[in-house]
Write a protein that binds this ligand. Structure first.
Ligand code: GTP
Length: 598
């Protein structure tokens, strides 16, 4: 049957194990694109992603493969992001597949996100095909890594292809393994239409483009489709597949992965995870939906000096179009004026949105100290959810507070176990378990307050383990905790954008560090600027930025003119992202410096 020659799969991996590189090789070896087109990586098309080396938005691509059995196969490769912040997108794309290629770096072995991704794939009942990558590197230890895959994950891996995605070595084995081991789809072409939207984006000509996997039935131009969740109906304008651009087709049928456009103007009418059916011949039940994703980390986003509030709103609306996890609403800050409270899946998600706003929309932003969602029980027995420290009720009205706790799995070479335990202990972690995966690798489990994880935990972990440890976490629940609100005063004035909620035992240390950092980050003014940390009316730390005595240029007294120019340029640059609060100019770095722990 037709579907016997279709394979729908994604590639999963720990970050940097070579997922995108392997995808490129598969695209190249199926001959769909020319060498020249390959020069621009196809799957990682966003500039930002390339620089960060992280695949953010998933995309599907169709490949044609002439197998050794003489048949022509259609491969639909669905790209997935690898980072823990994006696991919801991973499961979205997996639901559209029958199988997953599990790329494991043969020099690194199984890591935290390798395992996390495997669990997601197992949840979706995917056939998992291990692949050992980077065998061109002399430090590869394939045999040990095979053992790890078998012991830790429990997948047979003795016959797993051993490849170099970089050089292309043994890629043919991967292609044949896809044909041989990944099950073909087996939907019912004659049943009513049942299609899953696994991604969407907005095109100014075509409206919303829905990326779909057809499970049952067929869809063609002119059909009236209905979204089962929102109940909205649309007439199909175009169907097709993604293969180096959109290729329109007459129809899509059970087993296919492709796109549908239907003059859909509002993105919320084509929600990712919704099931599409035909209006006059609907299927009886929608597909199992995705788990709803909710933001875990919030921060304020405000215009820097001279930026427009409305431009930020327009940009956030555009980004939200294909980022269901991004959440925002208007808020005002006493210090910063009108802006937005934005919710993110995690810190990386937050940084990426920030960068996209700045680069793609050319905006200058100020972001405030990130916060998690706290539960506050008031003395009136009302339960509040607080994601902005400024909204915390007066301490006299608080019965108790709870904070989110995550269960963190850390994988590491045994050499670093001590350093990691010290780090976790420092961050109020509670030790749960440690297991030796093999002689030289261990898996450590800790419960950690999310509030501690969002302050550069990841960076600290990487630097303490020279990049060797990997980390993944899941929200476990809420726990009562002795928390206080800490305010930062600049020139005697509370700057609400800096306020944060901290554990009481950590307040002094944090307060002192923040004051020190702000002293470094805020330029000197004509007058002395005191920086203070306070809990309520009690000052717990203080630093002073000394007044500027002389003109900066006097530093270059007698110096050559180009040096002066450089200095002025530098000052101008530094000005770009400033906000003056009271009469103190605060550069954006100052807002970020509050985040850094050590
Ligand atoms: P994310 O998209 O960030 O999740 O990473 P990824 O898993 O897609 O990894 P990517 O393909 O970007 O590869 C990470 C790095 O490993 C890049 O610098 C690649 O050039 C390199 N790399 C990938 N495959 C190989 C390989 O077979 N051999 C060698 N030596 N390097 C490789």
């Amino acid at each position: 049957a037709r579907q016997d020659y279709i394979r729908n799969f994604s590639i999963i991996a720990h970050i940097d194990h070579g997922k995108s590189t392997l995808a490129d090789r598969l695209i190249e070896s199926t001959g769909m694109l020319t060498k020249r087109e390959m020069e621009q990586q196809v799957l990682d098309s966003m500039d930002l992603e390339k620089e960060r080396g992280i695949t953010i938005k998933l995309k599907a691509v169709r490949l044609i493969y002439q197998a050794q059995d003489g048949h022509e196969y259609t491969f639909n490769l669905i790209d997935t992001p690898g980072h823990v912040d994006f696991s919801y997108e991973v499961s979205r794309s997996m639901a559209a597949c029958e199988g997953a290629l599990l790329v494991v770096d043969a020099t690194q072995g199984v890591e935290a996100q390798t395992l996390a991704n495997v669990y997601l794939a197992l949840d979706e009942d995917l056939e998992i095909l291990p692949i050992l990558n980077k065998i061109d590197l002399p430090s590869q230890r394939c045999d040990e890594v095979v053992q790890e895959i078998e012991d830790i994950i429990g997948l047979p891996a003795a016959d797993a292809p051993r490849v170099s995605a970089k050089t292309g070595l043994n890629i043919d084995q991967v292609l044949e393994a896809i044909v041989r081991d990944i099950p073909a789809p087996n939907g019912d072409e004659d049943a009513p239409l049942k299609a899953l939207i696994f991604d969407s984006n907005y095109d100014s000509y075509k409206g919303v483009i829905c990326y779909v996997r057809i499970f049952d039935g067929q869809v063609k131009v002119g059909d009236t489709i209905q979204m089962m969740n929102t109940k909205k109906s649309f007439e199909v304008v175009e169907v097709g597949v993604n293969a180096n651009g959109h290729i329109p087709l007459d129809q899509l049928r059970a087993g296919d992965v492709g796109y549908i456009t239907a003059s859909i103007k509002e993105v919320r009418d084509a929600q990712v995870g919704d099931t599409i059916t035909l209006k006059n011949r609907p299927t009886d039940k929608p597909l199992k939906g995705y788990k709803k994703v909710s933001p875990m980390v919030y921060c304020g986003i405000y215009p820097a000096e001279g930026e427009e509030y409305t431009e930020i709103r327009d940009a956030l609306e555009k980004l939200k179009v294909n980022d269901a996890a991004l959440d925002f609403e208007a808020e005002t800050s006493a210090a910063l004026g009108f802006g937005f409270r934005c919710g993110f899946l995690g810190l990386l998600h937050m940084e990426i949105i920030q960068e996209r706003l700045e680069r793609e929309f050319d905006l200058n932003l100020i972001t405030t100290t990130p916060s998690v969602i706290y539960h506050v029980m008031t003395t009136d027995h009302e339960l509040l959810e607080i994601q902005n420290p400024s909204n915390l009720p007066d301490p006299s009205e608080i019965e108790y507070m709870e904070e989110p706790i995550v269960r963190a799995e850390i994988m590491t070479p045994t050499d670093y176990v001590g350093a990691i335990m010290e780090l976790c202990q420092n961050r109020r972690g509670v030790f749960i378990d440690m297991q030796y995966l093999e002689e030289t690798r261990a898996q450590i489990t800790y419960d950690l307050p999310l509030n501690e994880v969002i302050y550069d935990f990841f960076d600290a972990l990487k630097s303490k383990t020279r990049g060797y440890a990997s980390f993944d976490y899941d929200l476990k629940g809420y726990q009562q905790s002795d928390l206080v609100k800490m305010d930062i005063l600049i020139n005697q004035q509370v700057v609400d954008a800096f306020s944060l909620i901290v554990h009481r035992d950590k307040a002094y240390e944090r307060g002192r560090k923040i004051c020190e950092r702000l002293t470094d980050a805020i330029p000197r003014h004509q007058f002395a600027v005191p920086i203070q940390a306070a809990i309520g009316s009690k000052i717990i730390a203080r630093e002073t930025i000394r007044a500027l005595r002389k003109d900066v240029l006097s530093k270059c007294y007698g110096g050559d003119i180009s040096r002066k120019k450089k200095l002025l340029e530098k000052q101008k640059e530094g000005k770009k992202r400033m906000r003056s609060i009271g009469n103190v100019d605060i550069p954006q770095e100052a807002f970020l410096s509050v985040l850094k722990y050590d």
